[in-house]
Ligand binder design. Structure first.
Ligand code: PLP
Length: 458
């Protein structure tokens, strides 16, 4: 592996990169001066750069390579499908076998909660597109229900639901809203359930969870319940910094959406497919969504694919009363993407990955993270399934944070990079979402690297 990686001329690639390639979420001033790190190969939980350096990828790419790198079954599924039927659409009364099989597989894997089933799937190519689809679906549903005034969708500050106009609007990233007049009309936000930052003195985590959920009720009453269409949230906020809600949060959200008849969208682009130890994360928290957004882990990131699990409450209306739904993408149900998705889910089933995460890996990661919590730089260390976050603090006793100008999180991230570890910084919250195929020894290796990077940052 290393020998092949060294064949790349890093300087030449970097020059072309900064001359021609506009990267997502990147300050190109930095690229021109420092150059990108050129990633050339991957195997298991490791990636290699063009200089031959081996790096432990504790982020699974962008939270997506759940089954790990180098899985031959997935490459073979893509090759076979490319040779058989590389493309055909499912518009105008045609369909294709992998799309049908994957839809049926997803419907079989999605657990029924309190009488609500997920028997239908709409496919897209990404999480962002899927959330755009959700906006269309939700509004279509209320039109068909004779309540067209129900248009407003409530999201949360610091949530991430994608980069398209609707995705970025549903999300609550202020930096994204500031660029391009977002959110689009009809989308509003409430506070996130982040106890460490938003808990009040003397308030317990359980009390805070209820208060954070009741912000939804206050917003519904402010807007008028008959105008609210849906609430969208990630089970655990990912890109916002692995924000794990208190145990009281989701049951109270469920009470509120039930009371006001509002649709619930669970954005599981990160949290599904074993990430939290279940096929779908709503099962872990026990709530009952109407729509579930998925992408990333459905193919372990090997090929773009996303979609929406459509619960029977919406499917019945859309299918029985709806007529034509004027919505779809050229690549909805792409046969190659669906064939890889199917192979990936079968692989995850064969290796029993969700259960393995739930019963073996997540408890071990939680134990090792509790130890990292003792580090002098760490004010909070928490895990949920196979995601985890650390808050870097200036003073461990008072949990006082560093001045944001110091960018301690970015400093720590740079040390990780240098030490052969990919960890992400969200402000001064350091986060991970490792591949679900890690061994205990590899968790130990990752934890030792994290410790080294924290020591270097101190
Ligand atoms: N929703 C969530 C929860 C995400 O984390 C992401 C991406 O990170 C998206 C939606 C957008 O997905 P994509 O980048 O595939 O458009």
């Amino acid at each position: 592996l290393v020998r092949r990686a060294e064949q790349h001329d890093t300087k030449a690639i970097q020059a072309l990169d900064s001359a021609h390639y506009i990267h997502p979420f990147t300050d190109h001033g930095d690229l021109a001066t420092r150059g990108s790190r050129v990633i050339t190969q991957a195997q298991g939980i490791y990636i290699w750069d063009s200089e031959g350096n081996k790096i432990l990828d504790a982020m699974s790419g962008l939270w997506c390579v759940n089954a790990g790198y180098g899985r031959k079954e997935l490459a073979e599924a893509a090759y076979q499908q490319l040779m058989t039927l590389p493309y055909y659409n499912s518009f105008f009364q045609t369909t294709n076998v992998p799309a049908v099989q994957l839809a049926a597989k997803l419907a079989a894997l999605a657990p029924e909660v309190r009488g609500r089933k997920f028997e239908h799937v709409f496919f897209s190519s990404s999480g962002s597109e899927s959330n755009d689809t959700n906006v269309r679906l939700v509004r279509r549903y209320w039109d068909l229900m004779g309540q067209p005034q129900r248009k407003t969708i409530i999201g949360r500050h610091n949530a991430y639901h994608g980069s398209t106009m609707a995705g970025a609007s549903l999300g609550g990233m202020s930096g994204m809203h500031a660029q391009g007049d977002l959110p689009i009309p009809g989308i509003v936000h409430i506070e996130q359930p982040y106890f460490f930052e938003n808990g009040r003195p003397g308030e317990s985590e359980a009390e805070f969870g209820l208060r954070a959920a009741r912000a939804l009720e206050e917003k519904i009453l402010e807007i008028g319940a008959d105008k609210v269409a849906a609430f969208i949230a990630e089970p655990v906020q990912g890109a916002g910094g692995v924000i794990i809600p208190p145990a009281t949060y989701w049951p109270e959200i469920q009470r509120i959406v039930d009371q006001y008849g509002i649709l619930l969208i669970s954005d599981e682009v990160i949290c599904a497919f074993g990430r939290l130890g279940h096929w779908f994360a709503y099962e872990k928290f026990g709530y009952r969504p109407d729509l579930v957004t998925f992408a990333k882990g459905v193919t372990s990131g090997y090929i773009p694919l996303g979609g929406v699990m459509v619960g029977d409450r919406i499917a019945k209306v859309l299918i029985d009363k709806g007529g034509e739904f004027n919505h779809g993408y050229t690549y909805s149900g792409h046969p190659v993407a669906c064939a890889v998705g199917l192979a990936n889910l079968e692989l995850m089933e064969r290796e029993d990955l969700p259960r393995k995460v739930r019963e073996e890996l997540a408890p071990y990661l939680a134990k090792r993270f509790a130890e990292i919590g003792e580090h002098p730089l760490v004010g909070l260390a928490e895990t949920c399934g196979f995601v985890a976050g650390l808050v870097l603090v200036k003073d461990k006793a008072s949990k006082a944070m560093y001045d944001p100008e110091l960018a301690v999180g970015m400093m720590c991230r740079a040390h990780c990079f240098r030490n052969g570890l990919i960890m992400r910084a969200v402000g001064d919250r350091m986060i991970i979402a490792p591949p679900l195929v890690m061994t205990r020894e590899q968790i130990d290796e990752m934890v030792a690297l994290i410790r080294r990077c924290l020591d270097d940052t101190l």
